[in-house]
Design a protein around this ligand. Structure first.
Ligand code: F6P
Length: 323
């Protein structure tokens, strides 16, 4: 019987608990013994490694955050602590380790892999920032976007009542994904992100014209990477001539009841991580690619039967398995 462990590292995301549940259940289905590492890389160094089972994951799928906690570890940057971490894994006879985290966590994972030959590793992109190269989706992004959506919808009400401009700052580190998608899906008038150059004078001209034509209030989304949220709120007041307020959404963007999409993606990510380890991958990250849009002839659509996607059916077939 092989042993497999999982840990969460860096910023928590909603969907991590769904991933933990799937991890336990799928490991057991595959004849693996599951272990939790509490408190991320810090826990690996401190030997917080525990055998787990169904009981530990009952009822957690609907909770945000992570039941096994997470950390940002400075000690892990030092080779001596990574050696301790590997020794701790060996003391529990762990053969495989799954890491839920962002690119910093994956750099740590690569170091562990470089410094060992007896343990294999799989990464699951998990960050609200959606900033990991190679994957179009990171666990937690959809829930975060929905939390932001609810906040903006509420702000809309008061912005409209007072005829104000609201400048709303989203997280995302250097990546503007959260701000951009939130702006598009909330009907915002302005979106400032590091990936798109902008000219405030152009915005000013447009907004002044729109005010003349009847626009009464504004919603602006600004990515935290730009560091100018307050300045933009002042700009609305002084240059556009609209009373303004700023709002930093902050860590609420990391919490909340995980959406259906994140729960499902957690299941897919973990399934692929475990399958990849079983197939012999030494150190890989499970990446997702959306297939995009296409045009199909009407005959291929109107007269054909819909089939549920094979990956989803594969998960569903597990319900029918015999013990
Ligand atoms: O990487 C996730 C993230 O939430 C970023 O969007 C944000 O800049 C950062 O973490 C905040 O980190 P902390 O929780 O350590 O304040």
């Amino acid at each position: 019987m092989k042993n497999i462990a999982i840990l969460c590292s860096g910023g928590d995301v909603s969907g991590m608990n769904a991933a933990l549940k799937r991890f336990v259940e799928y490991s057991l289905t595959k004849g693996l013994t599951p272990y939790f590492v509490h408190n991320g890389f810090e826990g690996l160094i401190d030997n917080n490694i525990y055998r787990t089972g169904y009981r530990d994951v009952a009822g957690i799928i609907s909770r945000g955050g992570t039941k096994i906690k997470t950390s940002r570890s400075q000690r892990f940057l030092e080779q001596s602590y990574r050696k301790k971490a590997l020794d701790n894994l060996r003391s529990h006879n762990i053969d495989h380790l799954i890491i839920l985290g962002g690119d910093g966590s994956f750099k740590g994972m690569q170091k562990l892999s470089d410094e060992s030959t007896d343990i294999t590793f799989a990464g699951i992109p998990s960050t609200i920032d959606n900033d990991i190269a190679g994957t179009e989706y990171c666990l937690g992004v959809d829930t975060s976007l929905n939390v932001i959506k609810c906040a903006i919808d509420s702000i809309h009400d008061t912005a409209a009542s007072f005829n104000r401009a609201f400048v709303i700052e989203t997280m995302g580190r250097e990546c503007g994904y959260l701000a951009l998608v939130s702006a598009l899906t909330s009907g915002a008038e302005m979106c400032l992100i590091p990936e798109i150059p902008y000219d405030l004078d152009n915005y000013k001209k447009r907004f002044k014209k729109e005010i003349e034509e009847g626009r009464a209030y504004f919603i602006a989304l600004v990515s935290e990477a730009l560091g100018n949220t307050e300045e933009i709120a002042q700009w609305f007041q002084e240059e556009v001539g609209v009373d303004s307020r700023m709002m930093v959404l902050g860590h609420m963007q990391r919490g909340g009841n995980p959406t259906v999409y994140d729960r499902l993606m957690a299941y897919h990510f973990v399934t692929h991580a475990i399958d990849g380890l079983m197939e012999g991958h030494q150190c890989s990250v499970v990446c997702y690619k959306a297939c995009g849009f296409s045009h199909k002839n009407i005959e291929e659509v109107a007269f054909k039967k819909y089939h549920i996607n094979e990956g989803l059916l594969k998960l569903g077939r597990e319900y029918a398995r015999s013990s």
